[in-house]
Design a protein around this ligand. Structure first.
Ligand code: KIV
Length: 284
């Protein structure tokens, strides 16, 4: 049975933690889906971990649509949430609706995620009124990296914490079905999780959220020279890939690869005929 939004909300009611992960391609989506991950986020972190940009501001609608389509093709059960990239949800509510509509109609996503709190709430209302489910995202909002001059924990002081709380409440009041809490103090995330009826999904927000989200590349150690503080590496994929590639290159150099099983043989008589024909074929 495909995962639905009411099912995600019921997980909060049952006190069942929600393990969400990012995915950007069909193969990874399929793997994560098979393991039982209920929500796949096609995050605009795509910009850094797949496309090689310094931050998410260069990611376009076309980039996101392309990768969302791939994830939708790979999933069987999971709910696919597409991240609305820089400026795609903030220029106007109408523009946001057009863009969100493309994620649903063209790419087959089941919901979109928008960054921002009180300021984006009217847009969330507009999307919802048109039938587009929305996941909110408050606290650290990476699309504001140029304004904020880096990635910093949000909501440490009393006024800043109150703003994050206001943002989370605004996103819920506007109709979001869930909200990401990124890089805020553990106690603040616990308070927001208790205050909201919708599930909170934390990243760098401590253990008391209703769920957690991680970037898949961080989880598997695909980017060995950088691991955010909030991430835990469960395997060392980069080291494993390097070792495999090293062996492959060595086996090609020493002609150990490919072995007969990796190829196809043909009838020796045909080979012989071709050899005989070679001279006349060369002569034209
Ligand atoms: O883009 C992304 O991957 C995200 C998550 C980290 C929440 O927004």
């Amino acid at each position: 049975m495909p995962v639905t939004i009411p099912e995600i909300q019921a997980m909060k009611t049952r006190g069942e933690p929600i393990a969400m992960l990012t995915a950007y391609d069909a193969t990874t989506a399929r793997l994560l889906d098979e393991v039982g991950i209920p929500i796949l986020l096609v995050g605009d972190s795509l910009g850094m971990v797949v496309l090689g940009y310094a931050d998410t501001t260069a990611v376009t609608m076309e980039d996101m649509l392309h990768h969302t389509k791939a994830v939708v093709r790979g999933r069987r059960r999971a709910l696919v949430v597409a991240d609305m990239p820089f400026l795609s949800s903030t220029v106007s509510a109408e523009r946001a609706l057009e863009n969100a509509g493309r994620f649903i109609q063209e790419a087959g996503a089941h919901a979109v995620k928008v960054e921002g709190g009180e300021t984006i709430a009217p847009t969330i209302r507009r999307l919802l009124a048109a039938g587009v489910p929305v996941m909110g995202h408050v606290g650290l909002t990476p699309q504001h990296v140029l304004v904020q001059g880096g990635y910093r924990v949000q909501g440490r002081s009393a006024p800043a914490a109150e703003q994050v709380l206001r943002d989370a409440l605004a996103v819920e009041a506007a109709g979001a079905f869930s909200v990401v809490l990124e890089c805020i103090p553990t106690e603040l995330a616990a308070l927001i999780t208790e205050a909201l009826e919708i599930p909170t999904i934390g990243i760098g927000a401590g253990p008391h959220c209703d769920g957690q989200v991680q970037v898949i590349h961080d989880l598997v150690g695909a980017i060995p020279d950088f691991t955010p503080r909030h991430a835990k590496r469960y395997v060392e994929l980069a080291a494993m890939v390097r070792a495999a590639v090293d062996r492959y290159a060595e086996e090609v150099r020493t002609r150990l690869f490919p072995e007969p099983a990796h190829g196809t043989s043909m009838d020796e008589a045909i080979v012989q005929t071709l050899r005989e024909r070679l001279g006349s074929l060369r002569a034209g």
